[in-house]
Design a protein around this ligand. Structure first.
Ligand code: BGP
Length: 471
């Protein structure tokens, strides 16, 4: 739809950015913190660092928050490391961990930056992993107990809560993201059992939040990417519906409507992945209602019809391993889209399409909790970092957000990835996303000095003009 006039961004729009604990904090075993599955990850791509020091935000959070304030952030989305709060996943609470996030939250409030807290961003306590992780139903109770501690300690200052970051990516890439034993074979049914437990845990925590903190708002935070059919061939369209259901709607239908998406369920039946559902689980899902939807968006996906044999696994999907599954869909590289240095496709218009689709399906306010460009930035001789490619990426996506708002989408915030440089989940320190450069290399920590990038100054203007000044 072409609009004669665009609606402005809402007056109190949450301009900000995001990070996650294991990627930014470092101090992985300091002040009583227990190990998480991300700390204990065994397999890194060659030449890629671990998360042990990361950007050392744990020791430099004040400097980082001051930089966010200088950009004019209205909100900051970060995650709390479960293992800082409860080092073994259950049991004893670590007061030093409570204190760290309390200080961070106070620092944000000092600058009128709204804290938006993700409770769990890939970093399951390793102690729970050793007891079966999300395969063990006890982990549901552990998550609820952990949530209680968070609500008790921060509920007086944190209004916006997010349950689980990218549950759908953990299920689709379980081994890479540490929720499954990397040596486990034929893990798919197990993954969907884990998925069910996470859905129940999320529902219980949303309910608990509403009971204990009536003024707070809580929602899920999946990675949503609209799935296009490769052509108008009806079989391709069916394949896109299949993948949309399995990748996107399974998670949001469960969170919002408390039911399994029908197409996704028939896939689970067909493949023999149906999880064990205990008495009362579906009532628990039904009872819990999110107040809003947060989602992470990087790019759309494209699929074609499955050939129905082993070839489906050789599809030319982009980075996110959209390779396909026999009888369901086959990954397809969209020829209309450019890719970044790391092979990720870029699709700002698809952002608008995804926003519209999510809003039409669920009719809940939306906040974007990730969106961004991973790139190899370099420091110029004069010490500056010029990243016009990142500015261009953000500009195009912000334009599409405004179009989506004009289309009627109730969008209340944009927290792209990432506030400062941090360690990429898949590609280590060399792949940077931040508005602020962190001067370290993969294995040379240097001084971890913070240097605002060109995009830092650009974003500051965007925020000051409430999204009007994008040049
Ligand atoms: C999302 C995760 C983030 C972050 C981002 C970029 O899926 O929620 O934690 O890592 O992707 O991915 P990468 O770091 O692999 O480039």
């Amino acid at each position: 739809m072409k609009h004669a006039q665009l609606k402005p961004f809402p007056k109190d729009f949450f301009w900000g950015a995001s990070t996650s604990a294991y990627q930014v904090e470092g101090a992985w075993n300091k002040d009583g913190k227990g190990p998480s599955v991300m700390d204990m990850r065994r397999k890194y791509p060659e030449g890629t660092t671990d998360f042990k020091v990361a950007s050392d935000h744990y020791h430099r959070y004040q400097e980082d928050v001051a930089l966010m304030a200088e950009m004019g952030f209205k909100a900051y989305r970060f995650s709390i490391a479960w293992t800082r709060i409860i080092p073994n996943g259950t049991g004893e609470v670590n007061l030093k961990g409570i204190e760290f996030y309390s200080n961070l939250i106070n620092e944000l409030i000092k600058y009128n930056i709204e804290p938006i807290v993700t409770m769990y961003h890939f970093d399951l306590p390793y102690a729970l992993h050793e007891r079966g992780g999300w395969s063990n139903r006890e982990t549901v109770n552990a998550f609820v107990d952990y949530a209680k501690v968070l609500f008790e300690n921060y509920g007086d200052r944190v209004k916006y809560w997010l349950t689980i970051n990218e549950q759908n990516m953990m299920i689709m890439h379980g081994k890479a993201l540490g929720i499954l034993d990397p040596d486990l074979e034929d893990a798919d049914r197990e993954l969907y059992q884990q998925n069910h437990h996470m859905l129940v845990a999320q529902a219980k925590v949303m309910d608990l939040c509403h009971q204990t903190l009536p003024a707070a708002l809580i929602g899920p935070a999946p990675n949503i990417a609209y799935v296009y059919p490769a052509t108008s061939n009806p079989e391709d369209v069916l394949a896109s519906q299949n993948f949309n259901a399995i990748r996107n709607w399974l998670y949001l239908d469960a969170a919002v409507y408390g039911r399994y998406n029908a197409t996704a369920w028939s896939y689970l039946e067909e493949k023999g992945y149906v999880p064990t559902i205990e008495d009362g689980d579906m009532e628990t899902l039904k009872k819990a209602k999110p107040d809003y939807i947060a989602f992470n968006y990087y790019a759309t996906k494209t699929v074609e019809a499955s050939v129905g044999d082993g070839n489906d696994k050789s599809g030319t999907g982009d980075q996110e391993i959209v390779i396909g599954e026999a009888g369901v869909y086959k990954g397809h590289s969209n020829p209309n889209l450019p890719t970044n240095d790391f092979g990720w496709q870029i699709d700002p218009v698809g952002f608008r399409a995804t926003l519209r689709e999510v809003y039409d399906r669920y009719q809940l306010p939306i906040i974007i909790t990730e969106n961004g460009l991973g790139a190899i930035d370099k420091v110029e001789e004069d010490g500056s970092i010029r990243d016009p490619y990142r500015i261009n990426y953000f500009k195009q996506h912000i334009e599409q957000m405004q179009l989506a708002i004009t289309d009627g989408v109730d969008l209340f915030g944009y927290c792209p990835w990432s506030a400062v440089d941090l360690i990429s989940t898949h590609s280590g320190a060399k792949k940077r996303y931040g508005f602020v450069f962190v001067d370290r290399e993969e294995f040379d920590l240097k001084e971890l000095r913070r240097i605002p990038k060109q995009s830092f100054y650009w974003y500051k203007d965007v925020i000051r003009s409430n999204g009007e000044k994008l040049q």
